[in-house]
Design a binder for this molecule. Sequence first.
Ligand SMILES: Nc1ncnc2c1ncn2[C@@H]1O[C@H](COP(=O)(O)OP(=O)(O)OP(=O)(O)O)[C@@H](O)[C@H]1O
Ligand SMILES: [Mg+2]
Length: 251
Amino acid sequence: MLVQNQIVLAADRLSKRFGGNIVVDQVSIAFAKGRLHSILGPNGAGKTTLFNLLTRDLTPDSGAIRLGATDITDLTPDRVARMGVARSYQISSVYLDMSARENVWVAAYRARGGNSFVFWRQVTRFAETREWAFSCLERLGLVEIADVPVRELSYGDQRLLELAVTLACEPRIILLDEPTAGLSSKEAERVKRVIMALKGEFSIIMIEHNVGIVMDLSDEITVMNRGAVIAHGSPFEIRENRDVQEAYFGG
Ligand SMILES: Nc1ncnc2c1ncn2[C@@H]1O[C@H](COP(=O)(O)OP(=O)(O)OP(=O)(O)O)[C@@H](O)[C@H]1O
Ligand SMILES: [Mg+2]
């Protein structure tokens, strides 16, 4: 059993209805520090809607969300993002006319409060921020393309850059919605290796349809079906679970 302070983000009986449809139904879920926690489920299960509730891009009808010890249920998405709940793979998070290097630099600079006068006075902090931002490109294997304008990068490199920009903000938790969607199997393998390398250092929640990737990467898995959580456990436990086999793998 996890002790309270190991939980980074938690939802308590979260529900969301669109018209007559209950899309997220009394979902309680906890994400632990340094773990890679995947969410599996068939199309329309409510996975992305759950992400939208956790980031507060959508307002829950009922239930509560906690980030560490703080209740964030009533906060704006902007505030939640600034508190360290980072959602990757939003194309709006990168500037297409800037290079990869400039993109991570701007993200890191903003996240560290670079608008303040004091920041500019502290030259060492300025240099540290540049170094930190560049290390995020290194972590994702993007050094070779560091100075190429983003619009000239391959789709796979752009997706990885979005993740680098997310890391540069030093998030408390990272939400990845289908990080390998639309990628070739070679590119998906590259993204998988990168996520593997980030595991443990960052707390990650990942929605992903590629079951092989989920089984290989996850510390724990929650399975949703029709808006509700139907199972939670280790990859082995989930593979063996009969309810999951019926709902997700078709028997
Ligand atoms: N803004 C919205 N208005 C009305 N219905 C919505 C809205 N967003 C999602 N839905 C519906 O809610 C249900 C769950 O959608 P959601 O996108 O959360 O599923 P998902 O598990 O992420 O599916 P997928 O694996 O296909 O991405 C679907 O039936 C969808 O049509
Ligand atoms: Mg989805």
